[in-house]
Design a protein around this ligand. Structure first.
Ligand code: AMP
Length: 401
């Protein structure tokens, strides 16, 4: 089986690749880790032996190693028909996925100020793949694009309006590809069309965000200018009082240092003092570790508050949907969260919840629940692959009859 579409997701020290066939079925994947260090290596799904990557290899060299391995395994012909790239920030420029050309690259560069840790590495991957496959159509799929339908009342911060005009300060939202997938998949499972489906989508992984989707469109979301705002996450604090910056400045912690702490040493890790991993945290809490129990309590309570808040943007709820590593696998977190929401009418069925939505199209709520609650595994790679395939097959204006 040979690949038709290649999905590339470049991070600062990793590259994730996925291969899809003509029917949009995933046929293999690979992960490069510890990139830019002396211990870089790659692994192809289902193959035990890691692939050696030269020390300090950059994106192009690492990609070459994996792509040659795919070819040797007969998974990839000389070139795929389309390549899809995950790009974190599209600002207000990119409202949907686009075919990459020089103007698009400039546009992504122009958004780099909003995502300085992400967009430059996404671009490094794009540039490497353009060199390796100069004739293959390449497509950028943005994490922010799905949220470009937020109304101004949801995306404006109550700060001087000139900050928005002069510096593009507003809420953008992230995890858009996952929330988009959830809206389509929820509609499919409920036998509805996306345009008539309204839901609350909770993506709970190491990063966490929640989105209100009204008739298929994102109308509110918990992440903001950066992915720091909103829910408690693995190492990110989510919402804090901005007054913290001045207060801690007085204690000798600069804004830059605090920003690092809020991104890398807070959230579940900061509260528990032990780990950002929810599974480990649940084990610790079960063995009487109080800070871990507190971390779980804060996580679930914040999430429940946000579920309530998202209802302000909807006139109907067809489902509350959980996804991401925690959302898909932790019946305990779903239960503890929904226990806060009895007044709003969310009620889980214990057996269905502990089966992680394994029956009946992912529904885990009881028949008495006012709204269906579901568990649906997300699939961002599939969205990127199908957008890449769709745009690669769309005739350009000069090719149209
Ligand atoms: P992700 O970023 O989507 O891969 O999600 C990672 C998070 O999911 C980590 O905090 C994991 O501990 C958590 N996770 C995965 N499986 C489970 C599980 N069975 N119970 C609780 N948390 C889980």
């Amino acid at each position: 089986m040979q690949a038709n579409t290649l999905v590339v997701n470049c991070g600062s020290s990793s590259i994730k690749l996925a291969l899809f066939d003509h029917q949009e079925q995933k046929i293999s994947s690979a992960l490069v880790e510890r990139l830019n260090t002396a211990d870089a290596f790659a692994r192809i799904e289902g193959i035990d032996a890691p692939l050696a990557i030269e020390p300090e290899a950059r994106y192009e060299q690492a990609l070459k190693v994996v792509l040659s391995a795919f070819e040797e395994l007969g998974l990839l012909d000389s070139a795929p028909s389309a390549i899809g790239h995950r790009v974190v920030h599209g600002g207000e420029t990119f409202r949907e996925a686009v075919l990459i050309d020089d103007d698009v690259i400039e546009g992504i560069q122009a958004c780099s100020g909003l995502a300085p840790l992400h967009n430059p590495v996404n671009l490094a991957g794009i540039e490497a793949m353009r060199k390796l496959y100069p004739r293959v159509p390449q497509v950028a799929v943005f994490d922010t694009a799905f949220h470009q339908t937020l109304p101004p009342k949801a995306y404006m911060y109550a700060v001087p309006e000139s900050y928005y005009r002069d510096w593009a300060v507003r809420r953008y939202g992230f995890h858009g590809t996952s929330h988009y997938f959830m809206s389509r998949e929820t509609a499919r499972r409920l036998d509805r069309t996306p345009a008539t489906t309204s839901l609350i989508s909770a993506h709970l992984g190491n990063g966490c965000s929640i989105t209100a989707i009204r008739d298929g469109l994102s109308v509110d979301t918990s992440m903001g200018l950066t992915p720091l705002e909103g829910l408690v996450m693995g190492t990110r604090s989510g919402d804090v009082d901005p007054g913290l910056f001045d207060y801690l400045d007085g204690k000798g912690i600069t804004a830059a240092a605090l920003n690092d702490v809020l991104n890398q040493q807070s959230g579940l890790l900061g509260l528990s003092g032990q780990t950002n991993d929810m599974r480990t945290l649940c084990d610790l809490a079960d063995h009487g570790h109080e800070p871990s129990r507190l971390a779980i309590d804060v996580f679930c309570f914040r999430l429940a508050r946000y579920i309530g808040a998202m209802m302000a943007s909807l006139n109907r709820i067809d489902a509350l949907v959980f996804t991401g590593g925690i959302g898909e696998n932790s019946s305990r977190i779903r239960e503890q969260t929904c226990n806060h929401l009895g007044l709003l009418g969310f009620e889980l069925e214990a057996d269905l919840n502990s089966a992680h939505g394994g029956f009946s199209d992912g529904i885990i709520s009881s028949p008495e629940s006012r709204f269906p609650v579901m568990v649906i595994p997300t699939n961002e790679e599939l969205v990127i692959a199908s957008e890449a395939k769709r745009l690669a097959e769309t005739p350009t204006p000069s090719e149209r009859p």
